[in-house]
Design a protein around this ligand. Sequence first.
Ligand code: KG4
Ligand code: ZN
Length: 426
Amino acid sequence: MPDAPLVLGIETSCDETGIGIVRGRTLLSNTIASSMDEHARYGGVVPEVAARAHLEEMQPAIERALAEAQVRLEDLDAVAVTSGPGLAGALMVGIGAAKGLAVSLGKPLYAVNHLVGHIAADILSRPSSPSSPGADSVPLEYPTIALLVSGGHTSLLHVRDLTTDVELLGETVDDAAGEAFDKVARILGLPYPGGPEIDRAAVGGDPAAIRFPRGLSRASDLEKHRYDFSFSGLKTAVARWIEREEAAGHAIPVADVAASFREAVVDVLVTKALAACADRGVPRLLLGGGVIANRRLREVALARAAEAGVTVRIPPLSLCTDNGAMIAGLAAELIASGRRPSTLGFGADSTLPVTEIQVAEDSAAAQGTTVGDGTEAGPGAEAGREGTEAGHARTEAGRHGTEADRAGTEARREGTEAGRHDPEVG
Ligand code: KG4
Ligand code: ZN
């Protein structure tokens, strides 16, 4: 693709300030500044702290990304940004920066869905580095099932087309899988982030030592929540088990608890993902999100998928965790498929549904404003015309249908909030 668009992507939905630059499907830079250390003492991401860190990191991260890609701002064909889902205050920082860049450069702006970005991460080619060989871009085969697991989400998707057709099959009804790792790590007295700590603690442990519950896996649950996840009961079960053992004066076998807990999470993630593959007749599974760093999860997923005749795709870890390259990559796909830029009439949507792959696409734009036809499709003019109001109306409409989802997310956030002071956890 010699004329593939040069896109800079900004991702600030959680605690990573991610700036990525791609040319079409070629990854040029992937800069990540994480505020994780600042959240460590709270045992989870604190939205205000994350938003402030994004503000501080934004400009240096953009500069690093440009230097690494060896391009200048003026060379960009488009700017892309995550508009949701994620933490509203954190998203707003990225959105403000992206709008400012796009308007000042007179370049088109693409506001995209974070979850779909995780899928786009897997079609980027990787340049070689001394430590790892490069990889060509491998097109996605459709349809594919995608399992996205991080500290913020646990979602199972049916992807028929990355740019037009992504269906949410299920998601967590309470904690995200990564959040469960973080909370159980706290219960065990291990630092944040808990995933790698539990992985370490589980070495030598017996995954079958304690049979912890598999959330939403009973026959009665499978009717209504076949593809949904729940990890809050598992966290409580671990806490209660430890309390009982301590009350009985027994020493806590940390390796066994860690290995058994991890096994429960991995089992339910892989079982539900492969059930979706089987039910939908889709022999392909794509994994994404920070929890994919878990060795046991990758091992079990690969082994059980092979038995089921399902091929598994896993992006390199630097593209699994939240990053700006996946956002730029998704925008490059949208551009390649002829989609119009977004107007400025969008904001942060913390519960943006996965079906909204791009938000505020300028449906009324005149012909001749697509990227690469020589016409600068700056978003400023459209914003003036189309107006913030129209954008807002659409966002409100989008929200309308997701009241229930939003309540769920709020509950989850409160859960995190409570988790920080929760006597049961603390
Ligand atoms: O994708 P990510 O970097 O950020 C978001 O949450 O969006 O994921 C971070 C999450 C944390 O909850 C962390 O505990 C978890 O991923 N994680 C792991 C592992 N490494 C990171 N969970 C299980 N096993 C790991 N090795
Ligand atoms: Zn993510």
